[in-house]
Design a protein. Structure first.
Length: 306
């Protein structure tokens, strides 16, 4: 390739990088991916909100990307952006990666990404009563309780992942909030405390290390088929619909795998149900007897007493 053709090709290639990354900022290329550093000046501002739309390589842009040898994963880094007076919408399409760090969102954040998304040391305030963030793979890291503030009547936080949800080095929530951690496959809680009025964890598998704790003023609800021992402090624990009262005493909640222990627990549960049924029958009989006495005439009752 001649020097002139090479120069024209490189100019066109740099323009292609901007087109593929929605012209959101400076693009750095390495052997594995394109990294776009989002510039606040490139963010779309509407009357009451900011919108950041991030795109990966799609079927419609694949041929264009291959023309310039740019058919690579795309990662967007949103670093140090302050959006205090407007609601922020961040969307990711076509399996791109988004990293959001050291940012302030003062009027709510709405996040949806079909790829991986990492939230690292950010501040979110919302006045609509709930916060909902979702991605195919969602990572929440280096967050403290005061970094998420919710004003309103509901106080709900929902982190939702299609594949995997990771909570790393965090202290999230307080006893006013209801917190839902939901993923299809794997929930990992590492060196983190999750605090709420009600805390719900739903995943095919839950991995919580020994430095992590789930704390709830009311209930911790575990919806899972498999989990390792979890430190829990709550008024009660619900596992697969069965509630266990714990009176807010620290519990290391374990999955029982020993067959003999399982049979003993099943027997205890059967005996509990039988006792409850007997108590209901006795109560019913006592009530019926009391009603029969009340229905007897005054004279008949006196005769019976004599």
């Amino acid at each position: 390739m001649s020097r002139i053709k090479e120069t024209i090709y490189n100019i066109a290639r740099n323009s292609a990088k901007k087109i593929l990354t929605n012209n959101l900022g400076k693009v750095v290329e390495d052997e594995e991916k394109l990294i776009c550093y989002v510039d606040k000046r490139k963010v779309i501002k509407e009357k009451y909100s900011y919108k950041i739309a991030c795109f990966g390589i799609s079927e419609t842009t694949k041929e264009f990307a291959e023309t310039f040898n740019l058919n690579k994963p795309i990662c967007y880094i949103i670093d140090g952006i302050n959006l205090k007076r407007h609601q922020a919408y961040i969307f990711g399409y076509n399996n791109c990666e988004i990293i959001i760090k050291h940012c302030n969102f003062g009027m709510n954040l709405i996040l949806r990404n079909s790829g991986k998304c990492t939230l690292d040391n950010i501040n979110i305030t919302t006045g609509i009563g709930f916060l909902s963030l979702s991605a195919n793979e969602l990572v929440i890291k280096n967050m403290e309780k005061e970094q998420i503030e919710i004003f309103g009547s509901n106080h709900n936080i929902e982190f939702d992942a299609d594949d995997k949800l990771n909570i790393i080095d965090c202290n999230l929530g307080n006893e006013k909030y209801n917190i839902s951690l939901k993923t299809t496959n794997e929930l990992n809680i590492i060196n983190s405390n999750i605090t709420g009025n009600n805390v719900s964890c739903e995943a095919k598998k839950i991995n919580a290390d020994e430095k992590s704790t789930l704390l709830a003023a009311d209930k911790v609800n575990l919806k899972t088929d498999d989990f390792n021992p979890i430190n829990i402090i709550a008024s009660s624990i619900v596992y697969k619909g069965e509630e266990v009262k714990t009176e807010r005493k620290p519990v290391l909640f374990k999955k029982i795998k020993d067959p003999l222990t399982l049979r003993r627990i099943e027997l205890i549960e059967i005996l509990k149900r039988l006792r409850s049924k007997c108590e209901d029958i006795n109560s019913s009989k006592a009530l019926n007897y009391k009603e029969s006495l009340n229905n007897q005439s005054f004279v008949r009752t006196l005769k019976y007493d004599e």
